[in-house]
Design a protein around this ligand. Structure first.
Ligand code: UD1
Ligand code: UDP
Length: 364
């Protein structure tokens, strides 16, 4: 019997870990799996909603770290998770993505000589001003199993000198959740709730520090929204970081004045997927949403100068947009005028990634 910890902390971790949790549960004689939640995200709408929608049990350990500076948050997670590891002594720790919880828990485990698997390994934006890029680089450097979502991940890792034997191209685990819950999401009544019509609205998410933590940049984006909202309704489930910054910058009034902008709290997984599937297009700076829109074939404009997910551009429906008001408006208008990018679904974005991963660990 092998003891495994699955670590989650922030919103994008939940839909990546849920399929794996369920797949391991099919082999109770071989694996004892515990779910560890660091508490990096803690609002109901950033955490509990996802446990409900993704049918996940209450975590075995909840570390309650909450928010803080990078040093505070990472340090607190490390201190609290180390105590759990010393008590529980798992054989393997699996971490996902690129958030502070990912590197903190991976580093704890590696220092205690516990094997680490990194789900979504190898992605690189090559932009070290992003905290996520540092988290990715460091987590990959200390992981024993590098589970990649796309071949660019394998190439990046090989270039960094990671041995081929540690790298496994398993596919995109986020898509497992989409495949599993697409139908349930289809039944969400969020369109009726907000009086929205299919393909007659744009879905927006924003939370990157580079977009929302400086007033000038955030204003450029909001000015573009103002213009686009003259042609189509905008739906913006707002991330707590962006909400906080709007208040700090005194931009509430500007946002409230936009009559065609529907500002709502973050929404649960089914409701969000429903909006994704029915949107005319999506404006975002999220990592995961670039992938989900590629899977659904919905046009995605990513408000960033780079992406760690280039396959969503080369194969999918994603396009990067320069952070200038005029550029954002121009790209949006092209889509509104019917000029959309056709894409295809990348290899192994098929809903079977968790199966492939568990098979690897059964063989080992
Ligand atoms: C984090 C991740 C980012 C990921 C994003 C997904 C890091 C460094 N960043 O960014 O990679 O894309 O999550 O959503 O790990 N807050 C609340 N309630 C919550 C959580 C946060 O109000 O439940 C507020 C707090 O004011 C907090 C701020 O949001 O200071 C930022 O939270 P934090 O976890 O530090 O980073 P995110 O911006 O959420
Ligand atoms: N998401 C959601 N509700 C929202 C916003 C996002 O369910 O209000 C989901 C989205 O479908 C995707 C994931 O959250 O599965 C992406 O998380 P986020 O954008 O917070 O993080 P990132 O991917 O940028 O790290």
């Amino acid at each position: 019997m092998k003891k495994i910890h699955l670590v989650v902390g922030a919103r994008p971790n939940f839909m990546k870990m849920a399929p794996l949790f369920k797949e391991f549960a099919k082999f109770p004689e071989e694996f004892e799996v515990k779910l560890i939640h660091t508490g990096q995200h803690y609002d109901e709408r950033m955490s509990k909603f996802f446990f409900d929608d993704l049918q996940m049990p209450v975590p075995d350990e909840y570390l309650e770290v909450g928010s803080g500076t990078h040093g505070e948050q990472t340090g607190k997670i490390m201190e609290r998770y180390e105590a759990v590891l010393l008590k529980d002594k798992p054989d393997l720790v699996i971490v996902a993505g690129d958030v502070n919880s990912t590197i903190a828990c991976a580093l704890d485990a590696a220092k205690l000589h516990i094997q680490v698997a990194h789900l979504e390994a190898g992605l690189r934006s090559f932009d070290r001003t992003m905290p996520e890029e540092l988290n990715r680089l460091m987590t990959d450097a200390i992981s024993d199993f590098l589970l990649t979502p796309s071949p660019d991940g394998d190439m990046n890792l090989l270039k960094e000198g990671i041995s081929k034997g540690k790298i496994y191209f398993v596919g995109n685990i986020m898509i497992d959740s989409l495949v599993q819950y697409k139908e349930k999401a289809g039944n969400s009544n969020i369109l009726e709730e907000y009086g929205l019509k299919p393909h007659e609205f744009v879905l927006i998410t924003l939370h990157r520090p580079s977009n929302v933590d400086n007033k000038e940049g955030f204003l450029k984006i909001l000015n573009a929204f103002e213009e686009i909202s003259k042609s189509i309704k905008l739906v913006f489930p707002i991330h707590p970081r962006a909400k906080k910054q709007i208040k700090i910058f005194g931009l509430n009034e500007k946002v409230e004045k936009m009559k065609n902008l529907l500002l709502i709290d973050p929404i649960g997984y089914y409701d969000f997927i429903k909006l994704e599937m029915e949107a005319k297009f999506i404006l975002t700076d999220s990592g995961g949403i670039q992938e989900e829109t590629t899977f659904f074939g919905i046009p995605c404009l990513t408000l960033r100068p780079n992406t760690e997910r280039p396959i969503t551009i080369t194969e999918g429906t994603n396009k990067l947009v320069k952070l200038e008001t005029e550029d954002i408006i121009k790209e949006a208008k092209e889509i509104l005028n019917g000029k959309t990018k056709k894409g295809k679904i990348p290899k192994f974005w098929d809903g079977k990634t968790a199966e492939r991963i568990v098979e690897i660990f059964r063989e080992k």
